[in-house]
Design a protein around this ligand. Structure first.
Ligand code: DQA
Length: 139
């Protein structure tokens, strides 16, 4: 199976920012653990702070023939109609993920403009949110 893990804005700061919320491991370390977990699969990783680049990555997933996208769009989740349209434009299924439980935090984090066009949503399990989302493609 080919899984594409996409991280959006500020996720490159993981391990350094708000450690009580997002933990102390860097995104690189988390991605290594994800690769180890999915050792029999092909894992692709991409991170960008730029909305349009994330849209392009989602569009490119169809050329790469990935089976599923695991997307943590960061704060873009809450307002990016461009990302929403990119997800809707491709037939590749997307799982929205968040490391934190967005429902137990500020009010603005409870709304996602992406969820309606995603296959499902997983949040609140730290780095394991990515692994749970990846596993869901095998069910
Ligand atoms: C996040 C939650 C978002 O609300 C926030 O803007 C992030 C990270 C998470 O992984 O918990 O940057 O997507």
């Amino acid at each position: 199976m080919k899984l594409f893990f996409i991280n959006g804005v500020n996720l490159n700061m993981t391990g350094e920012r708000e450690k009580g919320v997002y933990g102390t491991q860097t995104l690189e370390e988390i991605n290594k653990e994800i690769s180890a977990h999915f050792k029999n699969d092909t894992c692709l990783f991409y991170q960008s702070n730029i909305e349009g680049e994330l849209c392009t990555a989602i569009q490119n997933a169809r050329k790469e023939k990935v089976d599923g996208i695991i997307l943590n769009a960061g704060a873009f989740t809450h307002y990016s109609y461009a990302l929403r349209d990119a997800i809707a434009a491709v037939s590749v299924p997307v799982i929205e993920v968040h490391m934190s439980n967005v429902h137990s935090r500020e009010e603005f984090r409870r709304n996602s403009v992406l969820s309606p066009v995603c296959r499902g949503v997983i949040c609140g399990f730290g780095k394991n949110s990515y692994i749970l989302a990846g596993e869901s493609f095998k069910l």
